[in-house]
Design a protein around this ligand. Sequence first.
Ligand code: FE
Length: 206
Amino acid sequence: MSEIAPGAFLHRGFLDEAAQESLTREITDVITRAPLFVPRMPRTGKPFSVRMTNCGSLGWVSDARGYRYEPRHPETGEPWPAMPRRLLEAWKQLANYHSPPEACLVNFYGPKARMGLHQDRDEQDLEAPLVSLSLGASCRFRLGGARRADPTRSFVLASGDALVLSGPARLCFHGVDRILPSLTTALASPVFEGGARINLTLRRVT
Ligand code: FE
């Protein structure tokens, strides 16, 4: 585990291969029950290049009405599937926080997807850390400071890595520059075909 900036902790290989495979199966099941949807930017309605879904009691959504948490899938109207136990345990090990996570945002990156620099600040509870887990293709991740103009650094996040943004890093700007081409993935799941990546972000909301 290394502290790459004050409050930003990177745990390389937090999930071993067996845990990655099990989690991939569990998330594939989440996606089956709560299909990936295309989020849209508030106001402009421009589609994100990532597709999303959620598990847990609340899920993050974005459309013309804005960014927010909702208890139900925007297209099916169903409650989000429960969070797999493995994720609750990862939070216990990594978050150092008294309450469990309420939302797990599942971001699906095809080989051309990216995510512009942003802060995660739609949560009422900004004391709780953000815990994120990577599966599938690697990406070049970018981490800045609490102000958009602050200098940034980039590093690779690979399958099984965990990143915790806590304390002074909780409101750091961050994004995904690009997905790195992978000819082979250790995870033999159709969900990663073509070099896709899944990021799971665990959050306390209320
Ligand atoms: Fe984010």
